[in-house]
Design a protein around this ligand. Sequence first.
Ligand code: GCU
Length: 340
Amino acid sequence: CRRVLAVLVSTGLVAAVLSGCGAGGGDKRQIIRIGHNQATDHPTNIALMAFEEYIEEKLGDKYNVEVYPSELLGSQTDMVQLTQTGAIDFCVASNSILETFSQNYTLFNLPYLFASAEAYHKSMDDPEIVEPIFESTKQAGFEAVTWIDAGTRNFYTVSTQIEAPADLKGLKIRVQQSPTNVEMMSLLGGSATPMGFGDVYTALQSKVIDGAENNEMALTSNGHGDVCKYYSYDMHQMIPDILIGNCAFLDELPEEEREIFEEGFLLVNSVEREEWVKAVEAAKDKAQNEQGVTFLYPDTKPFQEICEPMHADMLAKYPDLSPIYDKIQEYNAEYPSEAE
Ligand code: GCU
Protein backbone atom coordinates (compact mmCIF):
# COMPACT_ATOMS: atom_id res chain seq x y z
CA CYS A 1 0.00 0.00 0.00
CA ARG A 2 2.99 2.26 0.45
CA ARG A 3 3.35 1.72 -3.25
CA VAL A 4 -0.18 3.05 -3.83
CA LEU A 5 0.66 6.13 -1.80
CA ALA A 6 3.95 6.53 -3.65
CA VAL A 7 2.09 6.37 -6.97
CA LEU A 8 -0.46 8.87 -5.72
CA VAL A 9 2.27 11.17 -4.47
CA SER A 10 4.30 10.88 -7.66
CA THR A 11 1.26 11.66 -9.80
CA GLY A 12 0.26 14.52 -7.54
CA LEU A 13 -3.01 12.76 -6.72
CA VAL A 14 -2.65 12.98 -2.93
CA ALA A 15 -2.17 16.73 -3.26
CA ALA A 16 -5.26 16.87 -5.47
CA VAL A 17 -7.25 14.76 -2.99
CA LEU A 18 -6.13 16.85 -0.05
CA SER A 19 -6.60 20.21 -1.72
CA GLY A 20 -10.14 19.29 -2.69
CA CYS A 21 -9.57 19.42 -6.43
CA GLY A 22 -11.58 16.19 -6.62
CA ALA A 23 -14.81 18.08 -5.92
CA GLY A 24 -16.91 19.12 -8.88
CA GLY A 25 -16.64 22.73 -10.10
CA GLY A 26 -19.67 24.44 -8.53
CA ASP A 27 -19.76 22.24 -5.42
CA LYS A 28 -19.44 24.55 -2.41
CA ARG A 29 -19.75 21.79 0.17
CA GLN A 30 -16.91 21.30 2.62
CA ILE A 31 -15.16 17.98 2.05
CA ILE A 32 -14.63 15.83 5.14
CA ARG A 33 -11.90 13.26 4.57
CA ILE A 34 -11.67 10.07 6.61
CA GLY A 35 -8.80 7.63 6.10
CA HIS A 36 -8.36 4.06 7.31
CA ASN A 37 -6.33 0.98 6.47
CA GLN A 38 -8.98 -1.74 6.02
CA ALA A 39 -10.52 -3.15 2.85
CA THR A 40 -13.93 -2.01 1.62
CA ASP A 41 -15.73 -5.15 2.91
CA HIS A 42 -14.33 -4.70 6.46
CA PRO A 43 -16.70 -3.69 9.32
CA THR A 44 -14.72 -0.46 9.81
CA ASN A 45 -15.40 0.64 6.24
CA ILE A 46 -19.06 -0.40 6.44
CA ALA A 47 -19.45 1.68 9.63
CA LEU A 48 -17.76 4.72 8.09
CA MET A 49 -20.00 4.47 5.04
CA ALA A 50 -22.97 4.55 7.43
CA PHE A 51 -21.43 7.70 8.98
CA GLU A 52 -21.07 9.28 5.53
CA GLU A 53 -24.70 8.53 4.76
CA TYR A 54 -25.89 9.87 8.12
CA ILE A 55 -23.97 13.15 7.94
CA GLU A 56 -24.95 13.74 4.32
CA GLU A 57 -28.59 12.97 5.09
CA LYS A 58 -28.63 15.53 7.94
CA LEU A 59 -26.10 18.11 6.71
CA GLY A 60 -25.67 17.20 3.04
CA ASP A 61 -26.03 20.76 1.81
CA LYS A 62 -22.92 21.70 3.77
CA TYR A 63 -20.67 18.64 3.92
CA ASN A 64 -19.43 16.03 1.50
CA VAL A 65 -17.95 13.08 3.43
CA GLU A 66 -15.28 11.03 1.64
CA VAL A 67 -13.98 7.76 3.06
CA TYR A 68 -10.53 6.57 1.89
CA PRO A 69 -9.95 2.85 2.69
CA SER A 70 -6.96 0.53 2.23
CA GLU A 71 -4.13 2.89 3.30
CA LEU A 72 -4.89 5.09 0.28
CA LEU A 73 -3.80 8.07 2.37
CA GLY A 74 -0.82 6.24 3.86
CA SER A 75 -0.10 4.05 6.87
CA GLN A 76 -1.91 4.67 10.16
CA THR A 77 1.04 6.68 11.46
CA ASP A 78 0.95 8.84 8.32
CA MET A 79 -2.80 9.31 8.67
CA VAL A 80 -2.57 10.31 12.35
CA GLN A 81 -0.09 12.99 11.35
CA LEU A 82 -2.39 14.19 8.54
CA THR A 83 -5.24 14.38 11.07
CA GLN A 84 -3.03 16.26 13.52
CA THR A 85 -2.29 19.01 11.03
CA GLY A 86 -5.85 19.08 9.62
CA ALA A 87 -4.79 17.90 6.14
CA ILE A 88 -7.53 15.31 6.68
CA ASP A 89 -10.32 15.49 9.26
CA PHE A 90 -10.54 11.95 10.66
CA CYS A 91 -8.77 8.62 10.55
CA VAL A 92 -8.94 5.25 12.24
CA ALA A 93 -5.80 4.31 14.14
CA SER A 94 -5.07 1.29 16.24
CA ASN A 95 -4.78 2.11 19.94
CA SER A 96 -1.30 0.56 19.70
CA ILE A 97 0.24 3.27 17.60
CA LEU A 98 -1.49 6.07 19.55
CA GLU A 99 0.74 5.18 22.50
CA THR A 100 3.56 7.02 20.70
CA PHE A 101 1.38 10.18 20.65
CA SER A 102 0.15 10.00 24.27
CA GLN A 103 1.44 7.69 26.99
CA ASN A 104 -2.12 7.32 28.33
CA TYR A 105 -2.95 5.02 25.42
CA THR A 106 -0.41 2.52 26.79
CA LEU A 107 -3.09 1.28 29.18
CA PHE A 108 -5.34 -0.38 26.56
CA ASN A 109 -2.31 -2.01 24.93
CA LEU A 110 -1.44 -4.07 28.01
CA PRO A 111 -1.59 -7.81 27.36
CA TYR A 112 -4.41 -9.56 29.23
CA LEU A 113 -5.83 -6.26 30.51
CA PHE A 114 -9.45 -7.31 30.00
CA ALA A 115 -10.70 -10.60 31.45
CA SER A 116 -13.40 -11.11 28.84
CA ALA A 117 -14.98 -9.50 25.79
CA GLU A 118 -17.81 -8.26 28.06
CA ALA A 119 -15.36 -6.59 30.46
CA TYR A 120 -13.62 -5.02 27.46
CA HIS A 121 -16.84 -3.67 25.95
CA LYS A 122 -18.16 -2.35 29.29
CA SER A 123 -14.84 -0.63 29.97
CA MET A 124 -14.65 0.99 26.55
CA ASP A 125 -18.27 2.17 26.86
CA ASP A 126 -17.55 3.83 30.24
CA PRO A 127 -16.74 7.56 29.84
CA GLU A 128 -14.90 7.57 33.19
CA ILE A 129 -12.44 5.10 31.70
CA VAL A 130 -12.03 6.38 28.17
CA GLU A 131 -12.42 10.16 28.45
CA PRO A 132 -9.12 10.91 30.20
CA ILE A 133 -7.41 8.87 27.52
CA PHE A 134 -9.42 10.09 24.53
CA GLU A 135 -8.82 13.72 25.44
CA SER A 136 -5.12 13.34 26.20
CA THR A 137 -3.95 14.22 22.67
CA LYS A 138 -5.86 17.52 22.40
CA GLN A 139 -2.67 19.53 22.68
CA ALA A 140 -1.25 17.48 19.83
CA GLY A 141 -4.18 18.60 17.66
CA PHE A 142 -6.44 15.55 17.64
CA GLU A 143 -8.87 13.72 19.91
CA ALA A 144 -10.64 10.37 19.92
CA VAL A 145 -14.34 10.51 19.05
CA THR A 146 -15.25 6.84 19.43
CA TRP A 147 -13.74 3.37 19.73
CA ILE A 148 -14.09 0.52 17.28
CA ASP A 149 -14.03 -3.17 18.20
CA ALA A 150 -11.09 -5.04 16.73
CA GLY A 151 -11.64 -8.32 18.59
CA THR A 152 -8.84 -10.29 20.21
CA ARG A 153 -5.26 -10.52 18.98
CA ASN A 154 -3.66 -13.95 18.69
CA PHE A 155 -0.50 -15.40 17.15
CA TYR A 156 -0.51 -17.00 13.73
CA THR A 157 2.39 -18.46 11.81
CA VAL A 158 3.32 -19.87 8.44
CA SER A 159 4.15 -23.33 9.77
CA THR A 160 4.69 -23.47 13.56
CA GLN A 161 1.96 -24.59 15.92
CA ILE A 162 2.02 -22.20 18.90
CA GLU A 163 0.81 -24.25 21.85
CA ALA A 164 2.97 -22.60 24.55
CA PRO A 165 5.25 -19.54 24.81
CA ALA A 166 8.32 -21.75 24.21
CA ASP A 167 7.07 -22.38 20.67
CA LEU A 168 7.63 -18.70 19.86
CA LYS A 169 11.35 -18.96 20.55
CA GLY A 170 13.45 -18.00 17.56
CA LEU A 171 10.44 -16.93 15.48
CA LYS A 172 10.30 -13.52 13.87
CA ILE A 173 6.85 -12.17 14.59
CA ARG A 174 5.48 -8.94 13.17
CA VAL A 175 4.10 -6.60 15.81
CA GLN A 176 2.58 -3.15 15.57
CA GLN A 177 4.91 -0.17 15.94
CA SER A 178 4.39 0.26 19.69
CA PRO A 179 6.86 -0.12 22.56
CA THR A 180 4.33 -2.20 24.55
CA ASN A 181 3.95 -4.70 21.73
CA VAL A 182 7.70 -5.01 21.24
CA GLU A 183 8.16 -5.61 24.97
CA MET A 184 5.37 -8.19 25.09
CA MET A 185 6.92 -10.11 22.21
CA SER A 186 10.37 -10.12 23.79
CA LEU A 187 8.97 -11.36 27.10
CA LEU A 188 7.16 -14.17 25.33
CA GLY A 189 10.40 -15.22 23.65
CA GLY A 190 9.80 -14.35 20.00
CA SER A 191 11.75 -11.84 17.99
CA ALA A 192 9.60 -8.70 17.57
CA THR A 193 9.58 -7.27 14.04
CA PRO A 194 7.63 -4.00 14.04
CA MET A 195 6.16 -2.86 10.72
CA GLY A 196 3.07 -1.19 9.28
CA PHE A 197 0.01 -3.33 8.56
CA GLY A 198 0.22 -2.91 4.79
CA ASP A 199 3.66 -4.52 4.64
CA VAL A 200 2.80 -7.72 6.52
CA TYR A 201 1.48 -9.83 3.64
CA THR A 202 4.63 -9.44 1.53
CA ALA A 203 6.86 -9.98 4.59
CA LEU A 204 5.07 -13.27 5.32
CA GLN A 205 5.19 -14.39 1.73
CA SER A 206 8.88 -13.63 1.34
CA LYS A 207 9.66 -15.26 4.73
CA VAL A 208 11.09 -12.05 6.20
CA ILE A 209 8.87 -12.97 9.16
CA ASP A 210 7.56 -16.33 10.42
CA GLY A 211 4.24 -15.05 11.64
CA ALA A 212 2.23 -12.18 13.04
CA GLU A 213 -0.49 -11.51 15.59
CA ASN A 214 -3.92 -10.11 14.93
CA ASN A 215 -7.65 -10.81 14.93
CA GLU A 216 -9.18 -13.38 12.55
CA MET A 217 -10.01 -10.77 9.89
CA ALA A 218 -6.31 -10.44 9.02
CA LEU A 219 -6.40 -14.01 7.71
CA THR A 220 -9.16 -13.32 5.22
CA SER A 221 -9.59 -9.60 4.58
CA ASN A 222 -5.80 -9.16 4.32
CA GLY A 223 -5.09 -12.61 2.89
CA HIS A 224 -2.61 -13.63 5.62
CA GLY A 225 -4.37 -17.01 5.86
CA ASP A 226 -3.17 -17.78 2.32
CA VAL A 227 0.34 -17.98 3.78
CA CYS A 228 -0.14 -18.74 7.49
CA LYS A 229 -1.67 -22.11 8.31
CA TYR A 230 -1.82 -22.04 12.15
CA TYR A 231 -3.83 -19.55 14.21
CA SER A 232 -3.47 -19.97 17.95
CA TYR A 233 -5.97 -18.51 20.44
CA ASP A 234 -3.58 -17.34 23.16
CA MET A 235 -5.83 -14.24 23.52
CA HIS A 236 -3.00 -11.84 24.38
CA GLN A 237 -4.66 -8.48 23.69
CA MET A 238 -7.99 -6.81 23.02
CA ILE A 239 -6.78 -3.64 21.35
CA PRO A 240 -9.46 -1.23 20.17
CA ASP A 241 -9.22 0.85 17.05
CA ILE A 242 -9.87 4.52 17.64
CA LEU A 243 -11.59 7.03 15.37
CA ILE A 244 -9.71 10.28 15.84
CA GLY A 245 -10.66 13.75 14.61
CA ASN A 246 -8.82 17.02 14.07
CA CYS A 247 -9.51 19.30 17.07
CA ALA A 248 -9.77 22.54 15.08
CA PHE A 249 -12.39 20.99 12.81
CA LEU A 250 -14.40 19.62 15.74
CA ASP A 251 -14.14 22.78 17.83
CA GLU A 252 -15.32 25.00 15.00
CA LEU A 253 -18.51 23.03 14.40
CA PRO A 254 -21.63 24.98 15.44
CA GLU A 255 -23.33 23.31 18.41
CA GLU A 256 -26.26 21.80 16.46
CA GLU A 257 -23.87 20.34 13.91
CA ARG A 258 -21.55 18.99 16.60
CA GLU A 259 -24.53 17.13 18.06
CA ILE A 260 -25.23 15.50 14.70
CA PHE A 261 -21.58 14.52 14.38
CA GLU A 262 -21.67 13.03 17.89
CA GLU A 263 -24.68 10.93 16.84
CA GLY A 264 -22.68 9.91 13.78
CA PHE A 265 -19.74 8.78 15.95
CA LEU A 266 -22.09 6.62 18.04
CA LEU A 267 -23.43 5.16 14.81
CA VAL A 268 -19.90 4.22 13.71
CA ASN A 269 -19.42 2.37 16.99
CA SER A 270 -22.73 0.51 16.90
CA VAL A 271 -22.72 -0.42 13.20
CA GLU A 272 -19.14 -1.67 13.43
CA ARG A 273 -19.83 -3.79 16.51
CA GLU A 274 -22.81 -5.41 14.87
CA GLU A 275 -20.88 -6.09 11.65
CA TRP A 276 -17.86 -7.30 13.61
CA VAL A 277 -19.62 -10.30 15.12
CA LYS A 278 -20.80 -11.48 11.69
CA ALA A 279 -17.47 -10.74 10.02
CA VAL A 280 -15.39 -12.73 12.52
CA GLU A 281 -17.67 -15.72 12.18
CA ALA A 282 -17.43 -15.58 8.38
CA ALA A 283 -13.65 -15.09 8.56
CA LYS A 284 -13.19 -18.19 10.72
CA ASP A 285 -15.30 -20.20 8.38
CA LYS A 286 -13.43 -19.02 5.29
CA ALA A 287 -10.00 -19.45 6.90
CA GLN A 288 -10.79 -22.99 7.95
CA ASN A 289 -12.64 -24.20 4.89
CA GLU A 290 -11.12 -22.26 2.01
CA GLN A 291 -7.63 -21.30 3.15
CA GLY A 292 -6.87 -24.45 5.15
CA VAL A 293 -6.01 -22.64 8.39
CA THR A 294 -5.99 -24.77 11.56
CA PHE A 295 -7.24 -23.05 14.73
CA LEU A 296 -5.47 -24.03 17.94
CA TYR A 297 -6.72 -23.47 21.50
CA PRO A 298 -3.71 -23.50 23.87
CA ASP A 299 -3.86 -22.96 27.62
CA THR A 300 -3.65 -19.16 27.86
CA LYS A 301 -2.35 -19.12 31.47
CA PRO A 302 1.39 -19.56 30.70
CA PHE A 303 1.24 -16.68 28.18
CA GLN A 304 -0.62 -14.52 30.69
CA GLU A 305 1.78 -15.23 33.55
CA ILE A 306 4.78 -14.15 31.50
CA CYS A 307 3.09 -10.84 30.59
CA GLU A 308 1.75 -10.14 34.09
CA PRO A 309 4.70 -7.95 35.29
CA MET A 310 3.92 -5.47 32.50
CA HIS A 311 0.85 -4.31 34.47
CA ALA A 312 2.76 -3.29 37.61
CA ASP A 313 5.55 -1.78 35.50
CA MET A 314 3.09 0.41 33.62
CA LEU A 315 1.36 1.56 36.81
CA ALA A 316 4.71 2.43 38.38
CA LYS A 317 5.66 4.43 35.30
CA TYR A 318 2.29 6.17 34.83
CA PRO A 319 0.66 6.33 38.31
CA ASP A 320 -2.06 8.69 37.00
CA LEU A 321 -3.54 5.73 35.13
CA SER A 322 -4.10 3.74 38.36
CA PRO A 323 -7.70 4.82 39.02
CA ILE A 324 -8.66 3.89 35.45
CA TYR A 325 -6.84 0.57 35.73
CA ASP A 326 -8.72 -0.15 38.98
CA LYS A 327 -12.06 0.64 37.36
CA ILE A 328 -11.27 -1.89 34.61
CA GLN A 329 -10.55 -4.46 37.33
CA GLU A 330 -14.07 -3.90 38.67
CA TYR A 331 -15.48 -4.85 35.27
CA ASN A 332 -13.11 -7.82 35.16
CA ALA A 333 -14.50 -9.02 38.50
CA GLU A 334 -18.05 -8.56 37.25
CA TYR A 335 -17.40 -10.21 33.85
CA PRO A 336 -14.65 -12.79 34.45
CA SER A 337 -13.04 -14.96 31.83
CA GLU A 338 -15.18 -17.88 30.72
CA ALA A 339 -12.15 -20.11 31.09
CA GLU A 340 -12.13 -19.57 34.88
C1 GCU B 1 -6.06 -4.66 13.08
C2 GCU B 1 -6.55 -3.31 13.47
C3 GCU B 1 -5.85 -2.22 12.66
C4 GCU B 1 -4.35 -2.39 12.75
C5 GCU B 1 -3.93 -3.79 12.40
C6 GCU B 1 -2.43 -3.99 12.62
O1 GCU B 1 -6.44 -4.94 11.77
O2 GCU B 1 -7.94 -3.24 13.25
O3 GCU B 1 -6.19 -0.96 13.13
O4 GCU B 1 -3.69 -1.49 11.91
O5 GCU B 1 -4.64 -4.71 13.19
O6 GCU B 1 -2.04 -5.02 13.13
O7 GCU B 1 -1.65 -3.09 12.30
